[in-house]
Design a binder for this molecule. Structure first.
Ligand SMILES: CC(=O)SCCNC(=O)CCNC(=O)[C@H](O)C(C)(C)COP(=O)(O)OP(=O)(O)OC[C@H]1O[C@@H](n2cnc3c(N)ncnc32)[C@H](O)[C@@H]1OP(=O)(O)O
Ligand SMILES: O=C(O)CCC(=O)C(=O)O
Length: 371
């Protein structure tokens, strides 16, 4: 079982220039649940009263899903989470020397003592505890092992492996996660960043190596270049790893639109899974094959994600595209005329940087036919 713990409302909102209001957070939480997130990380109670009120509002929705908060591994942050009536917490602690030097003056013993104290308190309160290993990908394996051993001995439930600055490749991810999984100490959760465009790939690699859950964010929102995207991970689980994931395409579209509006981020037309043009086939050779079988140049059906397939008439079109469109207008096209038409289409499209519409194609075709 692979779980998606979506953190759009925590790490997603940490993206610079993004701020959700209460209404937006509630809408996003509801839609995330509807589309298939298994758990939600919904905020940082230590931020104060307003954040705590928002978290309580989300909890009061009574979604049958685990609702988690992000906390520094401090008693004060934990107290703020308890005030919200949360039943699950992520207790974050830096684990790389770089961050331990800055945040704990290099004192690993103090760090471990503090983590221990906070886990003990959280377990006393019967909370589900995930240890957030900040900067795990730059940490020593031996220290990660120490942290996980401590967590295991205190009854923590999970270790979140964070590629905080997004420096892993799928290969290194696999090796690192396999090493930790083989220790058999705590379930691993992936938390990957997209600084080199590998966040989703690294999350999937983590799953392949034995991780049980992953943090995602809708449209990959998050710190700097963002996180592993919810929709990419979800579709990869379904399509590539053949997991039993049901996606209602209308709900997915709704969710994407909501997050896009709330974050003021437009969706690029070629964004994987959801970009408006990802099922637009222009190249002649592709269209020729697609007309014979849709399997040729699509890894999944546009219907799965609420998109539509089209064959724009552009610079790279071949006669198959022209025949396809003319046929839809009731014209059985003459191949010789179409061969003459192709360079004209290319010239027009290149000059005005806009594809041809059906009616324009018809006019050009009929003109050429008359000559
Ligand atoms: C990698 C990540 O995404 S981590 C999550 C980061 N998210 C955020 O920062 C968003 C929300 N943050 C905030 O609203 C504020 O930063 C608050 C309320 C949490 C804290 O605000 P302030 O009290 O003003 O502290 P400030 O933000 O300046 O500094 C953070 C402090 O936490 C400490 N700290 C950071 N991480 C940890 C940790 N895991 N455990 C313990 N202490 C930590 C820092 O060393 C610093 O301590 P210092 O004040 O002694 O130097
Ligand atoms: O520590 C955690 O739980 C997550 C921290 C984080 O967001 C990161 O390391 O990128």
């Amino acid at each position: 079982m692979f779980l998606i713990n979506d953190t759009t409302l925590r790490d997603g909102e940490q993206a610079a220039y993004v701020a959700f209001n209460t209404k937006e957070k509630i809408k996003i939480a509801q839609k995330l649940f509807k589309v298939g997130a298994d758990e939600l990380e919904v905020g940082i109670p230590a931020m104060g009263r307003k954040e705590q009120e928002d978290i309580k509002e989300i909890i009061s929705l009574n979604l049958p899903t685990r609702i988690m908060s992000w906390n520094r591994a401090t008693l004060k942050d934990l107290e703020a989470s308890l005030k919200c009536n949360l039943k699950a917490v992520d207790l974050s602690i830096p684990v790389s020397d770089i961050l331990i030097d800055v945040k704990f003056k290099g004192d690993k013993n103090r760090l471990l003592k503090q983590l221990e104290e906070v886990i003990i308190q959280a377990k006393k309160e019967n909370l589900f505890v995930c240890i957030g290993g900040e900067d795990s990908s730059r940490a020593n394996l031996s220290f990660l092992k120490e942290v996980m051993q401590l967590g295991n001995s205190l009854g923590a439930n999970r270790f979140r492996y964070c590629d905080t600055v997004g420096i892993l490749t799928p290969h290194t991810t696999y090796e690192n996660i396999k090493n930790l999984v083989d220790l058999n100490l705590l379930d691993i959760e992936m938390h990957t960043h997209n600084d080199f465009g590998m966040a989703t790939a690294n999350t999937i690699s983590g799953f392949e190596a034995g991780a049980k859950s992953a943090n995602t964010t809708v449209i990959g929102l998050g710190e700097r270049a963002g996180n592993a995207s919810f929709e990419q991970v979800l579709m990869s689980l379904k399509t590539l790893l053949k997991k039993d994931v049901h996606i209602n395409s209308k709900d997915l579209k709704d969710l994407i639109t909501t997050v896009s509006k709330a974050s003021n981020r437009r969706i690029d037309t070629n964004l994987p899974i959801i970009g408006k043009n990802i099922f637009s086939h222009e190249s002649g050779i592709h269209v020729n094959a697609m007309i014979k079988s849709n399997l040729c140049y699509e890894p999944f059906s546009p219907i799965d994600v609420g998109l539509k397939r089209d064959y724009p008439i552009g610079k790279h079109s071949g006669t198959s595209t022209l025949i396809y469109h003319l046929k839809s207008l009731g014209i059985e096209a003459n191949k010789d005329v179409l061969q003459k038409l192709l360079p004209i289409v290319r010239q027009i499209v290149t000059k005005r940087k806009k594809v041809l519409q059906n009616n324009e194609l018809r006019e050009l075709y009929l003109c050429l036919l008359d000559i």
